[in-house]
Design a protein around this ligand. Sequence first.
Ligand code: UTP
Length: 294
Amino acid sequence: MKVRKAVLPVAGLGTRMLPITKVVPKELLPVIERPTVEYVIDEAIQSGVNTLIFIISQGKGKIIDYFDIDLNLRSFLKERGKTDLLEKVKEVEEKIKYLIEVRQKVPEGLGHAILMAEEAVGKEPFAVLLGDDLVDADPPCLKQMLEVYQSLSLKVSRVSLIAVEEVSWEHISRYGIIDGEKVEENLIRIKNVVEKPAPEEAPSNLAIIGRYIFDPVIFDYLKRIPKVNGEYQLTDAIQLMVDEGHEVYAYLSKGIRFDTGNREGFFKTILHYACKDPKLEDVLKSFCQKRFQI
Ligand code: UTP
């Protein structure tokens, strides 16, 4: 079955980026002149997914506003003859074909946020992309995954697929780590998922990143997991699903991944995307020469 829908949970509080996230959702923090979440949406659209289901909360409405048509702005830019800017604005406003907005009234974790999408998703497989995780890859990360998913789903019923990347052992306790059996190059059948393990207890250095393709059976498991420290953890639902015989695979994706949800990660993201723009790369080089004599 084709994956037509993607869920974007953007309802979290973004506490690691306080104080700015008091007033600006972290998914709207700009990487150059576009918000973080737009890169994620571009990835979904370039991968062929046209229905985007946003899980939002209080104060996050600006994320939706960004993709709305602003007729006043359009006529202002038109009157002033600012055609280039008008085209840029139109491109953003016409980007998303079908947008569904669902509210998560209380931020009870990623697992809870995804469960909010049950009605909107229905009974078909769907993707989940985290709005603060960027993956710069060609082909886009989700597209790579959809290809792997299509061939897996011919062999395995109700299969799910999760993207992972290798992380350094010293940072392992920041991630959900998988344990499993390699079945193909870049493909692992998951046996266990361990949330934020100590390095000596981690079964591997393969960390889950913010890209998933789920069979809708995940919703049954999200309803059954307990709340831990005020949150429903997605990894608990994945573990339960595996324990009860559902096959879940991890795909070691190609590309570079950035976590924009913390200061260092956000800063690295900006530097990376600046270096992809020849003009900004020159600015960065000359800045570094002057500032650091390098
Ligand atoms: P994070 O844990 O990175 O987001 O969740 P957070 O909770 O906003 O961040 P901190 O830890 O307080 O800094 C990953 C994604 O899941 C969403 C977030 O918006 C983010 O995109 N999320 C998280 C929800 O939609 N709802 C939640 O209850 C929690």
